[in-house]
Ligand binder design. Structure first.
Ligand code: TXA
Ligand code: MG
Length: 343
């Protein structure tokens, strides 16, 4: 039996959060909103509780979870970190970014899939922060989707994927970013490595850390190094309907390629930028807009919504690619992965 709680993030009723926090203390599972996507949480210090997350999601046990905390002090409690590094990290807290650091004993192995590193994140969502505070323990949480499906960004997504599988679902409106947090690895030498691009772009990280490494797999272009982030070997962001991503620097060429792809299917939809509506509207084809050239954040926040909206309703989603810059890197990483043929 799943209990659904609705909260207004701008006017939080404390009693509702306290009830869900009590559930966390009792080793139960709670779906909650964050600024990136919804998470499926449980007491991150309890092996028994964390096992329930893997079961609800159908997630393989060798894919480690992110531990969510509500203050900067927690970084000292759960990781080995120098004060100089903590000062740098602090500038990004709270926020849509996760740090891979050397873990302390107190973090159970089930959270980290036996690794000696832990992914730690302090979310910038008032409901998430309050839930962690009242629970008085860090909350381990992956995205609240069934394993392999696009991450949930709206209430209807979590209800579809998680109702009946978890103890509580906190509905807290639409998320702010729509793509999962940026993950950087701070354990491989002096220069941070981006393991997963997200809302915090490389330019911002360069300001703080100086140098930053963006491996090819972070763009979603090549197979990742499984050892560094075990989760990356699993199929991600994948609707059942084929996703055809069309990438090209030149708009006219891209549109031409999109129109060629359209011919290959009986009932496809084209997902294009607002600025490009004019190219498609007179072709008697099905299309929808997914954001605008002027604002990649809008593209990001609509991405998973669109992948879910048209899944199994049509026979192909033909999507216009955007530039690998800013949050566009995160968008293209997810789109390239969603469009992998077989995995
Ligand atoms: O925005 C987010 O990060 C969301 C919200 C709920 O916080 N969470 C999220 O969790 O996206 P999840 O489990 O869907 O993705 C976490 C990724 C996985 O690919 C996992 O393999 C990687 O983080 N990861 C976790 N611990 C790691 C570690 N110690 N080293 C390297 N990668 C790690
Ligand atoms: Mg996920």
């Amino acid at each position: 039996e799943t209990k659904v709680i609705e909260v207004d993030p701008l006017n939080i009723e404390e009693e509702k959060i306290k009830e869900a926090a009590q559930a966390i203390k009792e080793d139960k599972t709670v779906v909650f909103p964050t600024e990136t996507v919804y998470g499926l949480g449980a007491n991150g210090l309890s092996e028994n509780a964390v096992r329930k997350i893997f079961k609800a999601k159908g997630r393989p046990y060798d894919n480690p979870l992110i531990l969510h905390v509500a203050n900067v002090r927690s970084f000292l409690e759960y990781t080995y970190i120098s004060y100089t590094l903590l000062e740098k990290i602090e500038r990004l807290l709270p926020g849509p970014i996760t740090f891979v650091l050397k873990k302390r004993e107190i973090v159970p192995n089930i959270v980290t899939a036996g690794k000696d590193t832990i992914a730690l994140r302090m979310p910038a969502h008032p409901v998430a922060l309050k839930l962690i505070e009242y629970a008085e323990v860090p909350i381990a949480a992956p995205s609240a989707n069934v394993s392999g499906k696009p991450s949930p960004t709206m209430a209807e997504h979590v209800l579809k994927d998680m109702f009946g599988k978890v103890d509580y679902i906190i509905i807290g409106g639409k998320v702010e970013f729509g793509v999962e947090s940026t993950i950087i690895d701070l354990t491989q030498g002096k220069i941070p490595i981006i393991l997963r691009p997200g809302p915090i772009p490389p330019e911002k990280l360069k300001e703080i850390f100086g140098d930053i490494i963006i491996p090819d797999f972070a763009y979603g272009k090549i197979e990742p190094d499984y050892i560094k982030s075990p989760g990356m070997k699993y199929r991600h962001y994948a609707p059942n309907t084929p996703v055809i991503l069309v990438e090209h620097d030149d708009v006219d060429t891209m549109v031409k390629k999109v129109l060629e792809e359209v011919k290959n299917y009986n009932n496809p939809i084209v997902l294009c930028l607002k600025e490009h509506i004019g190219y498609y509207k007179d072709h008697n084809i099905n299309f929808d807009t997914i954001g605008s050239e002027a604002n990649y954040y809008e593209f990001a926040v609509k991405l998973f919504e669109m992948l879910r909206k048209y899944d199994e309703k049509i026979d192909a989603m033909i999507i216009e690619g955007i530039e690998d810059k800013g949050i566009g890197i995160a968008v293209m990483n997810r789109l390239r992965k969603a469009s992998y043929k077989i995995k």
